[in-house]
Write a protein that binds this ligand. Structure first.
Ligand SMILES: [Mg+2]
Length: 372
């Protein structure tokens, strides 16, 4: 079997509103997902599906162009089942192109599964769990709104809610306090600064002030590159520190480990450069004695399915994960929606990623105009 063509399509999908407004975090407003769909075709008539996802605006068409101009030429004619060698070729061609590479790489896993009649989690070593416990993120707002939103998610069954901070010390502390009060002691309250703290001292101060509300951990207090400050915070507080934006491909995870900059790694299929690289980060973390969760951009249906297959198979998925990106979207573009129940994600059954595009939804998302 050979790869005969690769098609990419930019898609635009509105995000669901929160508190009747555009959801916002320290990374900015998130009105619409500008992603891309990858279809890898073979000479035997099989098609593998992948998704190009980015948390930032205007990236979908650029990622599609990276795939078309840079990655497709080194993939045409290859056996799609030789995933590692295709990954190496893509990384050589586009060394910082993890988001583009991930969209193609997950399509190769989908193809392999379809060719071999097995779900991707089986190809990754098989089931370690039946379902993935989920966390749901609470965007910026008035602390009262955030508490109400968190309570709604807790009532739906989410065991963990993630409070997005970066609205100023007073508001952040008040948001954590009110969310904890709303959800009670049976749920976990995670805190994600999305790099918004100005200094290690500021982050330490935030931790000191929220500790009485029993947070689970503090995620990425400092900018991605500032591992020194991350390490300083980690050494100064008893609250576990999670690295998110600091981690792209496995080499970044290795650096976070070496610099002792985190207790927990937030692993992405997208930012690591695909399912295989994400699995490698899980192994690095396991050897270093660090915990792992799976993070989200958030993805649409295909990208979310890839995360779920990874999470079903990884032995050391220690923390409730964000593998429910499609729940933040107005549509997931799938013919059959993914199964989420009472705060858990289930792997779609069937070969490969186990998902198919809904042709009408796909066409609608491709026809939508990009935001101005
Ligand atoms: Mg995060």
């Amino acid at each position: 079997m050979k790869i005969s063509a690769i098609e990419t399509t930019p898609v635009y999908v509105p995000r669901l509103r929160a508190f009747g407004a555009v959801p916002r975090t320290a990374l900015g407003p998130a009105d619409i997902s500008e992603h891309g769909i990858v279809q890898v075709r073979t000479d035997e008539g099989l098609t593998g599906l992948g998704e190009l996802s980015s948390v930032f605006a205007r990236r979908g068409p650029l990622l599609c162009r990276d795939v078309e101009e840079r990655l497709t030429p080194v993939l045409l004619g290859r056996n799609p089942l030789d995933i590692t060698s295709a990954l190496r070729a893509m990384e050589a061609q586009l060394p910082d192109g993890q988001l583009a590479i991930a969209g193609v790489e997950m399509a190769l896993w989908d193809l392999a599964g379809k060719a071999l009649g097995a779900p991707v989690y089986t190809l990754l070593g098989g089931r370690m769990r039946e379902r993935i416990p989920l966390s749901y993120s609470v965007p910026h707002g008035e602390p009262e709104q955030m508490a109400e939103f968190a309570l709604e998610r807790a009532r739906e069954g989410f065991r963990t809610v993630k409070v997005k901070t970066g609205q100023g010390m007073q508001t952040d502390v008040e948001a954590v306090r009110q969310v904890r009060e709303a959800v009670g002691s049976a749920h976990r309250v995670r805190v994600d600064a999305n790099m918004a703290m100005r200094s290690a001292k500021d982050a330490i101060r935030l931790v000191e002030r929220i500790m009485e509300y029993d947070p689970e951990m503090l995620e990425q207090p400092m900018p991605a590159h500032d591992l020194q400050a991350m390490a300083e915070i980690r050494a100064s507080v008893s609250l576990p520190i999670m690295a998110d934006e600091s981690i792209g491909p496995p080499r970044d995870a290795m650096e976070v480990i070496r610099r002792e900059a985190a207790d927990v790694l937030n692993v992405y299929v997208t930012e690591s450069g695909g399912i295989q690289n994400a699995a490698r980060i899980f192994t690095l973390a396991e050897q270093a004695g660090l915990g792992c969760m799976i993070g989200s951009m958030p993805e649409l249906g295909i990208g979310t399915a890839a995360q779920i297959h990874l999470g079903i198979a990884m032995p050391n998925l220690d923390f409730d994960s964000d593998t429910c990106g499609s729940l933040y979207q107005s549509e997931d573009l799938l013919a059959t929606p993914l199964r989420f129940e009472a705060g858990f994600a289930f792997a779609p059954e069937g070969p490969g990623l186990g998902v198919e595009l809904d042709p009408e939804a796909f066409e609608r998302a491709a026809r939508r105009s990009p935001p101005p």
